[in-house]
Write a protein that binds this ligand. Structure first.
Ligand SMILES: *Cc1c(COP(=O)(O)O)cnc(C)c1O
Length: 360
């Protein structure tokens, strides 16, 4: 039985330790005689699991007490609609479009009100983050929306946009818990967990209490109202119970590793190793402007698509999985989330050096 190095953008690598622990508890969770999968979400045992998961996340992110943590379903993509439905009181929102996911969120919001694209980096295949220090924020905007880490293109906001006092909403699906964050700068932070935290099927929404109201757009389904889930502490209906249990284990793993400061150092070290090689390589190059490079998703190319294909094939044979880039960028992408060990990146770089030598 061998584990390989999995560079998938999502669902993605999880800490081996967590998987082993879950395997050990699969048939009998702590003497309950059943798996967490088989357990009532109303049971005392499960209540402890979800409460502990929330408490650990609050501790890790230092979430202020006037923010709620919601464990939801529907993927990050359902939030593209839930956000305008819940927050568009004036019917206006500003979107900064830095990639496919931001674009989808923007397009979805257009169905519910006046969504304004106030900045975009589409002119250069989303290879950079636009200057967001003085954007034409709409005077009546209910919020300003960003996708903080662009999973497909490999860019990341290093400074948050100047929203001129408006509520900031951020999709952090692919950078969740990768570094410390000042939650108080956001109105809403949300993400699907399958990139950096747990199994697909759970979305975490961290939302400031004053933004949770009954004043939502007409026709908003009960299940899509933040208030429904906030009032019920994420137990309005059956939550993605097993997924939340795994997320809870990953929170504990991050705490044990030293928290978000330690995660940041670990992620910077890995990313630097790969970017330094890309910068000196005669064959491979990164596709993103240096200042905006993501710590999590690293796209790169050789400049020759046949050679890219050859690399991906040979890498897979050598135990480096899912390095194919997104179809809109081509080439390769190495996603190096929290659970990717440094050895995975070191061995990948060794392999790239060898490939470069053999394909001069
Ligand atoms: C993967 C991803 C999504 C889509 O997530 P789903 O859970 O599949 O809906 C949205 N935003 C970002 C930044 C992503 O990386």
């Amino acid at each position: 039985m061998g584990r390989i190095y999995n560079f998938s953008a999502g669902p993605a690598v999880l800490p081996e330790e967590v998987l082993r622990e879950a395997a050990g508890e699969m048939l009998d969770y702590q003497g309950s005689g059943m798996s967490v999968m088989e357990m009532s979400h109303r049971s005392k045992t499960y209540d402890t699991i979800i409460k502990e998961a929330e408490a650990d996340l609050r501790e890790l992110m230092n979430i202020p007490s006037n923010y709620k943590v919601l464990f939801l379903q529907g993927g990050a993509s359902l939030e593209f609609a839930a956000i305008p439905m819940n927050l568009m009181k004036n019917g206006v929102a500003d979107y900064i479009v830095t990639g496919e996911w931001a674009k989808k969120a923007y397009q979805e919001a257009c169905m519910y009100g006046k969504a304004v694209k106030i900045a975009s980096s589409e002119d250069k295949t989303f290879s950079y983050i636009p200057d967001c220090s003085d954007l034409p924020i709409s005077p009546d905007a209910d919020y300003v929306y960003i996708c903080e880490n662009n999973t497909i293109y490999g860019t990341k906001f290093k400074t948050l946009p100047n929203t001129k006092g408006k509520v900031l909403v951020a999709d952090v699906s692919s950078c969740f818990l990768s570094e410390p964050v000042d939650v108080s700068k956001y109105g809403v932070i949300y993400g699907g967990v399958q990139k950096n935290i747990g199994p697909a099927g759970v979305v975490i929404v961290i939302i400031r209490e004053d933004l949770i109201t009954d004043d939502v757009l007409p026709g908003t389904p009960t299940m899509m109202k933040f208030k429904t889930h906030a009032d019920a502490q994420s137990l309005y209906n059956t939550p993605p119970a097993y997924g939340i249990y795994i997320c809870g284990k990953v929170f504990k793993w991050i705490k044990k590793m030293g928290g978000l400061d330690a995660m940041k150092l670990h992620n910077e070290k890995k990313a630097k190793y790969l970017y330094d090689f890309l910068d000196e390589s005669a064959l491979f190059r990164g596709t993103v402007v240096k200042e905006d490079r993501s710590l999590m998703n690293v796209p790169f190319v050789t400049g020759n698509s046949d050679l890219d294909d050859k690399f991906i094939k040979e890498a897979k044979k050598a135990g480096f999985d899912s390095l194919k880039g997104h179809r809109s960028v081509g080439g390769m992408r190495a996603s190096i989330y929290n659970a990717m060990p440094i050895e995975g990146v070191q061995k990948l770089v060794e392999f790239m050096k060898k490939f470069e030598e053999e394909n001069k």
